[in-house]
Design a protein around this ligand. Structure first.
Ligand code: G6P
Ligand code: ZN
Length: 549
């Protein structure tokens, strides 16, 4: 084994986005590309001698190669030990769990989340802090600055580590511990949820279907749902992780999880359906012929949290990203707890959780989680729902139903009708032109009338972190109407090709006789207003979204 110092030159495109550095696999395969970024991480976080690193990824194409490279670099960059998931696998929430449980110095997670994988797909890398959460902006900025100045990286020349075999290996003076990727996470789940009552629910004939989308949650779902909760084997689908996710787009929404959607809206539909994304942090919740919006899901978990052992003492507060609907705010108000509104990106919840200000967090982008880890957590959300449904069965003495639970919630709190329209693959200049146009014109909109809607105020969302005072500006333009409806425009920060414009639509409906309406019908007028305000057709030639959630 010998230490190598390799001369290199900066790449000009290594600025991390909403969730780490995401690029095409072919970009990462360029000589020195991954190494430059990893060295920039290590130079930024500057581990104390002998520190432990957590390492794993969602198993996508290039995961194994990247892990071998990172191990060889960690060995000569101050680390004394690396905990790596077997086969190089760790779901994002499991990585967060391991960082916290073993108090490691931090972690590197290899994933491009819900983006497609394979040789022509995407790859990604991000750094998580000792609290288990994504690095805050000041760290990712510092990493980026280092990538613009790098001249050299170090690694050790050595044989690859046998990642498939649990055990401890030497890499120069560093120890590599290949650990069971599922066990610690599964144990954490049993400490939060009432597995006995979920087991009884499943034994009573309540049928579930979980779609792992050929991504990382397959082994986790098998252990938890089948082995521990006794669900029949056909309760999980696409449960074998594949490097290219079977050619699919592992994003749990109505468009990309169509296989599950067909089952849930088909004959003999199960009582409950759920899916998770590439790295296991997102979730979609469905009932028999019924879809739960992520915004409603957060509100319903919050309203029923006391039924779940891990949350029986109540919640300190709730946080949601700005574009997420205000359904959770209504629950927070009823519970007498604060509700925080943050920019998009899970990293903004970290400080609030560390400071004990919030317990549950959620985003419209199919992310829900709590302070049990510092990432959103797909399977956790599924178990939370099942735990609540199991308690509902006990209370009502009849088969629980997702639809019934959601409708009872709307009856009590009113319904925040919600939808997001995505325009993917827009030329970047046209997309920023749309945002610029909205930014330039929104100030003149106050008081304007569009049909039955009158604009109350407009702004470009800015956030001051209540814990560390850091400020994030220009996080999305909000058009707020007098009846609590709103339209939000923002550009996605996670895409790798062109630009994605997101239009978030929300209307508050207190009238229960209209709660059954399809969101697209209920929001039809708002959709027209959004197109008018943004001049989308004129500026991009498009007026039909590629994805509706
Ligand atoms: C990732 C982040 C989330 C974020 C989502 C949407 O999943 O972890 O926190 O909400 O991306 O980001 P985007 O910028 O594409 O709307
Ligand atoms: Zn993800």
């Amino acid at each position: 084994m010998s230490l190598q110092r390799i001369d290199t030159q900066p790449f000009d495109d290594q600025k991390p986005g909403t969730s780490g550095l995401r690029k095409r696999v072919t970009v990462f395969q360029q000589a020195h590309y991954l190494e430059n970024f990893v060295q920039s991480i290590f130079d930024t976080v500057n581990p104390p001698a002998g520190a432990t690193l957590t390492l794993g990824g969602d198993g996508r194409y290039f995961n194994r190669e990247a892990i071998q490279i990172i191990l060889k670099m960690a060995a000569v960059n101050g680390f004394g030990r690396v905990l790596v998931g077997q086969a190089g696998i760790l779901s994002t929430p499991a990585a967060s769990c391991i960082i916290r449980k073993y108090e490691t110095f931090g972690g590197i997670i290899l994933s491009a989340s819900h983006n497609p994988g394979g040789p022509d797909g995407d790859f990604g890398i991000k750094y998580n802090m000792p609290n288990g959460g994504p690095a805050p902006e000041k760290i990712t900025e510092a990493i980026y600055t280092n990538t613009t100045k790098i001249t050299q990286y170090s690694l050790i020349e050595a044989d690859d580590i046998p990642l498939d075999v649990i055990g401890e290996y030497d890499l120069a003076s560093m120890k590599v511990q290949v650990i069971d990727a599922v066990a610690d996470y599964a144990e954490l789940m049993t400490s939060l949820f009432d597995f006995n009552s979920i087991r009884s629910l499943l034994a009573s004939g309540f049928r579930i279907k979980f779609d792992a989308m050929h991504a990382v949650t397959g082994p986790y779902a098998r252990e938890i749902f089948i082995n521990q909760l006794g669900a029949p084997a056909d309760s999980i689908m696409n449960a074998v992780p594949l490097e290219d996710f079977g050619g699919g787009h592992p994003d749990p929404n109505l468009t990309y999880a169509h296989e599950l959607v067909e089952v849930i809206y088909g004959k003999h539909a199960p009582d409950f359906g759920a899916a998770s994304d590439g790295d296991g942090d997102r979730n979609m919740i469905l009932g028999n012929h019924f879809f739960v919006t992520p915004s409603d899901s957060l509100a319903i978990l919050a309203a029923n949290a006391k039924l779940v052992p891990g949350y029986s003492k109540g919640l300190a507060g709730i946080a949601r990203s700005m574009p997420t609907s205000a359904a959770a705010d209504r629950v927070a108000k009823a519970l007498g707890i604060p509700c925080y509104e943050t920019p998009t990106g899970w990293k903004f919840f970290g400080n609030l959780m560390d400071a004990g200000k919030v317990t549950l967090c959620g985003e419209e982008s199919f992310g829900t989680g709590s302070n049990h880890v510092r990432e959103k957590d797909g399977l956790w959300a599924v178990l939370f729902w099942l735990n609540i449904l199991a308690q509902q069965e006990v209370a009502d003495n009849e088969k629980p139903s997702v639809e019934k639970l959601v409708k009872a919630h709307w009856l009590k709190y009113g319904r925040n009708v919600y939808s997001r329209h995505d325009y993917e693959g827009l030329p970047s200049t046209a997309a920023s032109g749309v945002i610029k146009h909205i930014q330039d014109s929104y100030k003149k909109l106050t008081g304007a009338q569009f049909g039955r809607y009158i604009v109350k105020t407009c702004d470009d969302f800015g956030y001051t972190d209540p814990v560390d005072g850091s400020i994030s500006l220009n996080q999305g333009v909000r058009i707020l109407f007098t009846d609590d409806s709103r339209i939000v425009f923002r550009l996605s920060g996670t895409g790798t090709e062109g630009a994605t414009l997101r239009i978030y639509l929300e209307a508050y409906e207190p009238d229960a006789s209209k709660h059954h309406l399809d969101a697209q019908v209920a929001l039809a007028e708002m959709i027209k207003i959004a197109l008018e305000i943004s001049e989308l057709k004129k500026r991009t030639g498009r007026d039909t979204p590629t994805v509706i959630t």
